[in-house]
Each structure stands twice: as structure tokens, then as C-alpha cells.
Unconditional design. Structure first.
Length: 60
């Protein structure tokens, strides 16, 4: 009755896809406050074209 879609077909249903950068940021907790290190580029991530994010940040 229903056909399951693979990843490529799902992206086409949403109007296509785009690539946004993924950054890694080190987060330090010192004396009750968070301090952040510089952004480090990791990879490009494929997302739907209607996704409003301009970047993805992963805190470590």
C-alpha cells in the first residue's frame, strides 16, 4: 500500500538538498561559567533545502 522511500527520494520530496558546514567547538566549564574555544571545521552535512540552519555546531 505505501512505498518506503530511500534517502535520495526523501530529499527530492522536500524540494532537494543543500550542504551546510559542521563545526566542532570545545567547551570548558571553569568557575561556574562556560568558555568556548575556536570553531574547527569537520565536514559538510547534507540537509533538506527547506532546513533553516546555516551551520551545525558540535560541542565537546
Amino acid at each position: 500500500m505505501f512505498k518506503t522511500l530511500n534517502l535520495n527520494e526523501m530529499m527530492q520530496v522536500n524540494g532537494g538538498f543543500k550542504y551546510i558546514p559542521v563545526y566542532e567547538v570545545e567547551r570548558y566549564f571553569i568557575n561556574g561559567r562556560y568558555y568556548y574555544g575556536p570553531k574547527k571545521f569537520i565536514r559538510l552535512e547534507q540537509v533538506a533545502s527547506n532546513d533553516r540552519r546555516t551551520q551545525i555546531i558540535i560541542y565537546i
